[in-house]
Design a protein around this ligand. Structure first.
Ligand code: HEC
Length: 248
């Protein structure tokens, strides 16, 4: 068999197949068998709930039409919010996939090229061990910025205006408009629009340093009970400290 080249190639082919099977199937299976995949319900966290409730406050009519009337605010209403939030996450992911957002946006901060200084903490494998990353939304290329730390970075109304007409908030943006996520106006996101906003605010909301702002400098705190000059000095000092923390 080994007298001919094809015999050698045949054995090599089988060998490489076995190697690929071990490295791409057996090793990942061994690594992750102790970490069950999280469901959308398990992914709802306090940061995300804040943003989801913000949508209900900002766009009460649209929200009610899409997800039903929010309950009064008693402790047992928690379940209602969590359920709707998980539902919105799933729907938002479907819109993200359907609109091809992954074609221009990655969801993976790589441990190279100082990416963590631009986009925040390097991505860890456990972040992808959930329902919303099946298949993973690593993306194909970066026409736009990485979105894996996008949550909390912008307000819901910024995103709404940006999805409706990107150029309104980002001059010269090549990102397409998505008017069909709205009922004719950026103040009236429809169910798909609200789901998309929830999904975008979820990205990175599980991080310790949340939200992550590129070169974030907090605004100086002006206190009415302190003289203007000293308030300014205190504000500057505070931003210097916070600025250092961000770069870390
Ligand atoms: C043709 C490529 C392209 C497509 C498709 C695209 N984007 Fe973008 N996106 C960009 C570019 C370029 C920017 C940066 C300029 C800007 O802010 O508009 C951007 C910016 C963004 C931002 C703002 C990031 C920030 O904080 O500055 C978000 C959020 C975003 N895109 C989400 C989406 C979503 C969700 C979709 C799908 C509905 C999508 N994009 C589709 C190219 C694209």
């Amino acid at each position: 068999m080994f007298e001919s080249k094809s015999g050698v190639l045949y054995v090599a082919g089988l060998g490489f197949f076995a190697l690929a099977f071990v490295s791409n199937a057996v090793v990942p299976w061994l690594m992750y068998q102790r970490y069950p995949e999280k469901t959308a319900e398990q992914l709802v966290n306090a940061n995300l709930r804040y943003q989801f409730e913000d949508l209900a406050r900002r766009y009460p009519e649209s929200f009610e039409k899409a997800f039903g009337k929010p309950p009064g605010g008693a402790a047992e209403d928690n379940a209602w919010w969590n359920e709707r939030c998980a539902e919105a996450l799933r729907a938002g992911r479907r819109v993200y996939v359907g609109e091809g957002c992954w074609h221009c946006h990655s969801q993976f901060v790589r441990p190279v090229s100082n990416e963590e200084q631009r986009w925040g903490p390097v991505a860890r494998s456990e972040e992808y061990q959930n329902e919303l990353q099946r298949p993973v939304m690593f993306g194909t290329r970066r026409v736009g910025p990485d979105l894996s730390r996008e949550g909390g970075r912008r307000s819901n109304d910024w995103h709404a205006v940006h999805f409706f007409h990107p150029e309104s908030v980002s001059a010269g943006s090549p990102m397409p408009e998505y008017p069909w996520l709205f009922d004719g106006h950026p103040d009236r996101p429809n169910r798909h629009g609200l789901a998309m906003l929830t999904y975008i605010q979820w990205l990175g909301s599980w991080q310790e340093s949340y939200p992550y702002y590129e070169a974030y400098v907090p605004a100086a705190l002006i206190r009415p009970d302190v003289e203007p000059e000293s308030a300014e000095a205190a504000g500057a000092e505070q931003s210097a400290v916070a600025g250092e923390e961000q770069v870390r």
